[in-house]
Design a protein around this ligand. Structure first.
Ligand code: FE
Length: 241
């Protein structure tokens, strides 16, 4: 498309603006920092990839090919409206209904779709079940493949080079940093997500939750437990739900 002669395209200025806005967009809030409290290297300067994405987005918006509010609405949907609560409901149902659990482990896509959770980045789901003898955890060593319809958008640490490389080399050390100790007699299996397959961990149901409703169970299932970097803990007595 021809550039406006009255407003010549200033590539240097554009990249400068894009870099500044990307930097602003990537500075974590206090809440995010707390949420992602995990010992790993953060990049102070936005990555080349982040800058390229921002530059591309800005160009597409400038040319009128995409609508920024529509993009924001899409991100907000996956970040706040979907989030990991859908996955938590899937886990709670599997814990409460053995027939559903069987369907989930046999054909995850079909079972998750039963609950209405379908869409982009969730087309080929596999659910792996934690047990007293096996602990599963998920990574995407190449980039950040993640099941959006069930878990929302991936946390910052999931996309970090440190997590992606270290999980496959020394998963137990990474788990320790998340506060998860896996006994030596429990096997740790690491699943590498791809553009084709997305994994969801079915965590172990904690003891003492036998009388809890499906809804109450969903409330104690955490995002990390469905990635395999956390375990589900029983609710604390007397705590406000
Ligand atoms: Fe990926």
């Amino acid at each position: 498309m021809a550039e406006n002669e009255n407003q010549p395209f200033d590539r240097r200025g554009f990249l400068k603006t894009a870099a500044a806005s990307t930097a602003a967009a990537t500075v974590p809030t206090t809440a995010q920092s707390k949420d992602d409290d995990h010992d790993h290297d953060h990049q102070d300067v936005p990555s080349d990839q982040a800058l390229r994405v921002k530059a591309l987005e800005t160009l597409l918006v400038e040319k009128g090919l995409v609508d920024r509010p529509a993009l924001d609405a899409l991100v907000d949907t996956f970040e706040h409206k979907i989030g990991p609560r859908n996955g938590a409901r899937v886990v709670a149902k599997a814990w409460s209904d053995p027939a559903y659990k069987q369907r989930l482990l046999t054909d995850a896509n079909k079972a998750i779709a039963e609950m209405g959770y379908t869409g982009q980045q969730g087309e080929h789901m596999v659910v792996v079940e934690n047990s007293p003898t096996v602990h599963h955890m998920v990574v995407c060593t190449l980039c950040s493949c993640y099941p959006w319809p069930t878990l929302g958008l991936p946390p910052v640490w999931y996309k970090s080079a440190s997590y992606r490389s270290r999980v496959v080399i020394d998963p137990r050390s990474v788990l320790k940093e998340f506060g998860v100790e896996i006994p030596d007699n429990v096997e740790v299996r690491v699943w590498d997500s791809t553009a084709e397959i997305r994994y969801l961990v079915l965590p172990e149901r904690p003891a003492g939750t036998e009388s809890m409703s499906e809804e109450a169970l969903a409330a104690i299932v955490t995002r990390d437990s469905m990635i395999g970097t956390g375990k589900v803990l029983p609710p604390v007595q007397g705590a406000t739900p």
